[in-house]
Design a protein around this ligand. Structure first.
Ligand code: GUN
Ligand code: ZN
Length: 446
């Protein structure tokens, strides 16, 4: 029997320094939390990882018809996962001088109104996914605009690329200009029909997305809570306790609720499938409830700094006796970078300002397996048999300043990762693979 008889010809091998996490690291130096092969080969069949082996054994998986992508010396990680990003804010990023509520009114709502045009939305979707991939992000949880068609445009583009995307039509029926408003009924109907058409179609998923309590009436929150109950496998995403003026407004709008989280809770929107963006200024009661419900606090450091929202209390939330699940995200366009590396760097700095430490392995775990677990996706964010072969290839020396820093000598893996997150970004992404397919950021020698 020849190799080509034994193996389907769509087998792909990717060779390099393979890093994948097994669990959440407890601290720097927690080497049991990950597997690392200095010269490894990822074996991919039909878009999924089937094996990860030492390159010395390559003879047993190679052969005729098998394509080898050789990135020897480069780091290969699971593609990064961004758990909170706004698709219609690619032209809002880097807007000057406002905090949350003024920033929404002055820049964001006008920009999002343009997504009612399907041709515009389709063109923006192409840019958006290109930009994610250039930054090594292979899966994202996305807010759309209020328009159902914009969510469809992004889902359509993601399906064409083969990426796994989570997309919500943003629901908002008050406190914004008329051209970005829906109604309780239309938000329910549009989201329900997106779920029917797209949720679980290939790699696409639909997210129930009330923007935040200020822009949803009680009727809309109730309708979406009902939808969440009817579709318990759908993620729910919204914003929570990002800004003090926002919190005071929510208290005025919902005086009968005990706090901001309780607004969402009352309508059945808080549970293990709930991604709560920001969660900076939580009360002790809210922290207990976040913990008990299994809801995820999504840390968006570049946004929190840029919009001046506050300093996320990572270690305070993570710790006993009420540990809260935490994910990491860019929140473009309140956030200022599409790069999860740059996002981790800002997370580190936010934590420094709180006297807390974020080790490189904790950060890289978050960007990959940690974020996948926050989404409840066991086949994403890791390189092990059964996982989707969504990969990022990183060149730690792509920038002269980084090569120079690493040339100082005696850099171990964790120090290299720390340099990567602190100084790195798009320039370090040499290639991404989606379902085992290279996306052509770089043509490897084959
Ligand atoms: N709160 C409600 N909408 C938004 C948004 O688009 N970005 C941020 N950062 N916070 C929000
Ligand atoms: Zn956001």
């Amino acid at each position: 029997m020849t190799f080509s008889d034994r193996f389907p010809s769509d087998r792909t091998l990717v060779r390099g320094r393979v890093l994948s996490f097994k669990r959440r690291p407890q601290r720097a130096g927690d080497t049991d939390a990950y597997t690392y092969l200095e010269d490894g080969v990822i074996v991919i069949d039909a878009g999924k990882v089937t094996d990860v082996i030492d390159a010395s054994e390559i003879g047993r998986v190679g052969g005729k018809g098998v394509v080898l992508h050789d990135f020897s010396g480069k780091l290969i990680l699971p593609g990064f996962i961004d758990t909170h990003i706004h698709f219609p804010q690619t032209q809002v990023i880097a807007s000057y001088g406002e905090q949350l509520l003024e920033w929404l009114t002055r820049y964001t709502f006008p920009a999002e109104s343009r997504y009612g045009d399907p041709a515009f939305a389709a063109a923006q979707a192409r840019f958006f996914i290109d930009e994610l991939l250039r930054n090594g992000t292979t899966t994202a949880v996305c807010y759309g605009s209020v328009h159902k068609g914009a969510a469809e445009a992004l889902l359509t583009e993601s399906e064409r690329r083969g990426t796994a995307m989570f997309v919500g039509k943003t629901a908002m029926d008050r406190n914004a200009p008329p051209d970005v408003l829906d109604t309780a009924q239309s938000a329910y109907d549009d989201t329900a029909s997106l779920i029917t058409a797209w949720h679980g179609r290939g790699r696409q998923k639909v997210v129930i997305t009330p923007r935040f309590a200020i822009t949803s009436t009680p009727e809309q929150l109730e309708a979406l809570g009902n939808l969440a109950r009817a579709h318990p496998d759908c993620l729910v995403q919204t914003h929570l306790s990002e800004n003090l003026e926002e919190i005071a407004t929510v208290e005025r709008l919902f005086p009968e609720r005990s706090d901001y989280l309780d607004v969402y809770d009352h309508y059945g929107l808080v549970g293990p499938k709930s991604l709560m963006g920001h969660a900076i200024h939580l009360t002790p009661r809210e922290i207990v409830r976040m913990s008990e419900s299994g809801a995820v606090a999504v840390f968006c450091p570049t946004s929190n700094l840029f919009i001046g929202s506050g300093l996320f209390d990572y270690k305070g939330l993570e710790g006993e006796p009420y540990p809260v699940r935490i994910a990491l995200a860019t929140d473009v366009g309140g956030g200022t970078s599409y790069s999860m590396l740059a996002t981790a760097a800002e997370a580190y700095k936010v934590m420094q300002l709180r006297g807390q430490k974020l080790s490189a392995i904790e950060a890289f775990h978050l960007m990959t397996r940690g974020n996948a677990e926050a989404l409840g996706e066991p086949d994403l964010g890791r390189i092990e048999p059964g996982a989707h072969a969504d990969l990022v290839v990183l060149d730690s020396t792509a920038r002269p300043a980084m090569a120079h820093r690493l040339a100082a000598g005696n850099c171990d893996l964790e120090e290299e990762l720390f340099v990567l997150m602190t100084l790195g970004g798009e320039q370090n992404v040499q290639e991404v693979f989606i379902g085992g397919q290279p996306q052509g950021l770089h043509r490897a020698d084959e």
